[in-house]
Design a protein around this ligand. Structure first.
Ligand SMILES: Nc1ncnc2c1ncn2[C@@H]1O[C@H](COP(=O)(O)OP(=O)(O)O)[C@@H](O)[C@H]1O
Ligand SMILES: [Mg+2]
Length: 333
């Protein structure tokens, strides 16, 4: 069991308020991701859950128990960091065993836990190696293995894939998804990468400037962003934002259209523009348009299209795919 409840969490460093009142409940077995721009307080919040940092105010409960005064080692959690923090002089086996040994686990238990974790993470062949003899992806798997063997109620991950190259990032992402399916532990995971958040999370918590902008499933955030910040943060390329008056849309301050929600034509449409740049990606074609009416626009089309820079094109938002925002940036539904 590893439910988590945060109530009124605040954190200030000197005069700087980093977290401004965070309320959140995470159910047992849930995979929740904190996403947001650099410096918005994600790591600070995770460290407060872990007990590595004290909140200035508020309460952390794990399984209904107030752990505010409980030291990190006694919270039933395991944390995986961006830097793997492995002991260089210890083998993979000994790195994984260390936490259990320190907790006084029996030899048999340690051996069977390492067997289980190394099988799950395909590390059996590497147990006698030292970290320096492993690739970055393997090192991160060892760091995850070290967390698994302790059989925690709650896993905390802080940007665990940031130091991996693109291909390894995708692989390790798939492994973490599979791991969660298999062990069903509660996972709280921090990233600044919205693709990672979209692909792994049951629910995403969008943080910005020390507050929660929105909590929801990936598709809720994509389809019903509460405000312009969330609308712009989720989705790639980013949503287009147009001034309502220039776009000819009454009763709101601005409108938003996702690049994948335009139809594009040479003949006519709602807004016209000149293609200033075209990216042919094979699976997709990305058009960057400069429109006299509404400014710059990005459109993403499925498949290959013979458009080139200099073309005059017309774009129309797909039916029901135009978002409207008020002057404070809140979505008008
Ligand atoms: N120990 C600290 N002392 C002072 N300021 C800190 C400390 N830790 C974090 N901060 C500040 O708090 C803010 C949030 O940091 P952090 O939680 O690391 O953001 P994120 O993980 O979202 O990038 C940043 O402005 C950072 O400089
Ligand atoms: Mg961070």
């Amino acid at each position: 069991m590893g439910s988590l409840k945060l109530t009124g969490i605040r954190k200030s460093f000197g005069a700087v308020d980093v977290l401004k009142g965070i309320d959140l409940e995470v159910a047992d077995g849930e995979f929740v991701i904190f996403v947001g721009p650099s410096g918005c307080g994600k790591s600070t919040l995770l460290r407060i859950i872990a007990g590595l940092e004290d909140a200035s105010d508020g309460r952390v409960e794990i399984d209904g128990r107030d752990v505010s005064a409980v030291p990190p080692a006694k919270r039933g959690i395991a944390m995986v960091f961006q830097t793997y923090a492995l002991y260089p002089h210890l083998t993979v086996r000994d790195n994984m065993a260390l936490g259990l040994k320190q907790a006084g686990a029996a030899k048999d238990t340690i051996a069977s836990q390492i067997e289980m974790a190394s099988a799950m993470l395909s590390l059996e062949e590497y147990l006698q190696r030292r970290p320096a003899e492993l690739s970055g992806g393997q090192r991160q798997r060892v760091a995850i293995g070290r967390a698994i063997v302790r059989d925690p109620e709650l896993f905390l991950f802080d940007e665990p894939l940031s130091n991996l190259d693109a291909a390894l990032r995708v692989n390790t992402r798939l492994e973490i998804a599979r791991l969660h399916r298999e062990i069903r532990s509660t996972m709280v995971y921090v990233t600044h990468d919205q693709v990672e958040a979209m692909t792994l999370a049951d629910r995403i918590v969008v943080l910005n400037g020390g507050i929660i902008e929105q909590v929801g499933s990936p598709m809720e955030l994509y389809n019903k962003p509460a405000n312009r910040f969330v609308a712009g943060f989720i989705g790639s390329p980013q949503m287009n934002f147009l001034e309502a008056e220039r776009a000819g849309e009454p009763g709101c301050a601005s409108v938003g259209v996702r690049p994948e929600h335009f139809s594009v034509s040479r003949d006519g449409g709602r807004w016209s523009g000149e293609a200033v740049h075209v990216e042919h990606l094979g699976a997709d074609t990305i058009l960057y348009l400069d429109s006299k009416e509404v400014g710059t626009l990005t459109a993403r089309l499925f498949g290959e299209h013979a458009f080139t820079a200099g073309d005059t094109l017309h774009v129309t938002p797909l039916e029901g795919q135009l978002y409207r925002f008020d002057a404070d940036g809140r979505t008008l539904f």
